[in-house]
Design a protein around this ligand. Structure first.
Ligand code: 5AD
Ligand code: SF4
Length: 476
């Protein structure tokens, strides 16, 4: 199926057409969050009409892009060392363009070009749509290019996903970019800019196309999806609230399952909570980052909720939907975090009993408010706190997983399990997810494993065993 690109706002010069030229290869490596993964998809989408085929071999590539998140410093370090290892390829291939995309590119811009002499291109997430133009500029007289300006709201071009032949069972649809919150530790407002929402018409069209291509599960994606549409309504235009958008997407035929990520607890208001158990395809799963259990730290983080108001939201959610699975993000070692404040985080985890968590050591990000507070908790102490958090949660997760043994659950089959490629006894297993986002691996007969007939199906499984991060079951 041909891929074409449609821009919501089309104010760009058109790049040189490469019709009739031999195919080129692009290697994109992604470091970081789902937003970056989504940007990588957009990169492939925008390059496809210019004869670029994705490759997994950097030595074959005419274009290498490292697309990197900068929320924590780890991804950034990984990207820099990868860049160093890729540099020698430039010596053997004069045609090769080496570029850095994503949040790190946005954050560093020209500085990155100055620091890395063999780098040709640096561009922020707003510039993905005009990547072919940037490549022409690199090949032309400019040689080295950095583009990190944010588009003004009215000019911002979202790429509309067009039919692809590799649509997965579970697909992400970006509904907005940027974040207007001011969390002291977070670099996202600097790297992704202010909130800009995609038009509801475009979202609905994208979902319909993905469903027509075989998707069964849609995850609406944004840094703070609960704020969806506020930038549009501020201009006086009519736009659904996020809760209404969920209902509109749910109404699309073929959407079996609906999810969203991520939400700020402050904006998790009653009309959204009411959707759980009420919007049929909306899965009973909510990722609601708390970051800390200490009121003092939450205030220093500028999260604008308290432990008590967060817990009240959790209670409301559980009242509305008793089976809801909850996950969260935790930061340990925020500047000034005392042992007692850290203990507040542990006690919150014990109180909420999340199904799963993501926990991080605080990492100082340039330009943020928290960076002015110093990085006061020593690294070994951060490590210890992180280990304690993970140990406490491991016990909770284990107990929750074991409670599923013997139960019948519905899974949406996504494909072969990870274990299937490792061979051995897990060789002919397929994997699916429950509505609560748990992975279940299920063995199938050899012939059926290769037939792919399970992929995209909703199926009932009986859970036989709980592993540390997944369940093992059989079809009922
Ligand atoms: N240090 C550590 N963790 C961070 N996060 C965001 N910024 C930082 C930082 N500077 C975490 C938060 C957020 C998740 C996506 O990443 O927990 O919710
Ligand atoms: Fe960062 Fe806070 Fe926005 Fe989340 S809500 S992206 S943590 S600024």
């Amino acid at each position: 199926m041909a891929t074409s690109v449609q821009l919501e706002s089309n104010s760009m010069q058109s790049p040189t057409s490469v019709d009739g030229q031999p195919p080129r290869f692009v290697y994109v490596q992604t470091f970081g969050c789902q937003m970056n993964v989504n940007d990588t998809d957009r990169i492939h989408q925008v390059l496809a009409p210019y004869n670029y085929t994705p490759t997994t071999d950097p030595a074959q590539a005419n274009l290498i892009l490292l697309n990197t998140c900068s929320v924590r410093d780890r991804a950034e370090h990984k990207m820099m060392s990868r860049l160093g290892r890729l540099a020698p390829l430039k010596e053997f291939n004069d045609d090769l363009i080496l570029g850095v995309a994503g949040c790190v590119a946005q954050q560093e811009g020209e500085k990155l070009l100055a620091k890395v002499p063999y780098l040709d291109l640096v561009f922020g997430p707003d510039h993905v749509a005009k990547l072919p133009v940037l490549l022409d500029r690199v090949r032309g007289s400019e040689g080295r290019v950095s583009e990190t300006k944010f588009f003004k709201r009215k000019d911002y071009a979202f790429l509309e996903a067009e039919p692809r032949d590799d649509v997965k069972v579970s697909e992400f649809v970006t509904i907005m970019k940027g974040c207007d919150k001011v969390c002291a530790f977070c670099i996202v407002p600097f790297t992704r800019g202010r909130e800009v929402s995609k038009s509801p018409e475009m979202i609905i069209r994208e979902v319909k196309k993905l469903v027509a291509g075989g998707a069964r599960e849609i995850t609406l994606l944004g840094q703070n999806v609960n704020s969806y549409g506020k930038d549009i309504s501020a201009k006086g235009d009519r736009v659904p609230t996020f809760a209404q958008l969920l209902r509109d997407v749910d109404a699309i035929e073929g959407v079996e399952r609906l999810r969203f990520t991520t939400s700020h607890p402050m904006d998790c208001i009653d009309d959204l909570i009411a959707c759980f158990g009420d919007v049929p395809s909306l899965c009973e799963f909510f990722h609601l980052p708390v970051q800390s259990g200490s009121n003092e730290i939450l205030e220093a983080m500028r999260r604008f909720y308290t432990r008590a108001s967060y817990l009240a939201r959790v209670e409301n959610l559980r009242r509305q939907c008793p089976d809801i699975a909850l996950s969260t993000d935790i930061i340990v070692g925020f500047p000034g975090e005392t042992e007692a404040q850290f203990q507040d985080t542990l006690s919150l985890l014990a109180e909420v009993r999340y199904d799963s968590i993501f926990a991080f050591k605080y990492s100082e990000r340039p330009g943020t408010r928290a960076a002015k507070m110093g990085d006061t908790v020593p690294e070994p102490e951060k490590k210890r706190r992180l280990a304690e958090v993970l140990e406490l949660q491991a016990g909770i997760t284990r107990a929750k997983m074991e409670a599923y043994v013997g139960q019948e659950l519905e899974i949406l089959v996504e494909g072969p399990s990870k274990k299937s490629s490792a061979g051995g006894e897990g060789r002919f297993q397929i994997m699916g997810r429950t509505r609560s986002n748990l992975i279940v691996n299920v063995p199938v007969p050899l012939g059926e494993f290769w037939s792919n007939r399970w992929i995209g199906r909703l199926a009932k499984v009986r859970v036989l065993e709980a592993k540390s991060n997944s369940l093992f079951g059989e079809f009922v």
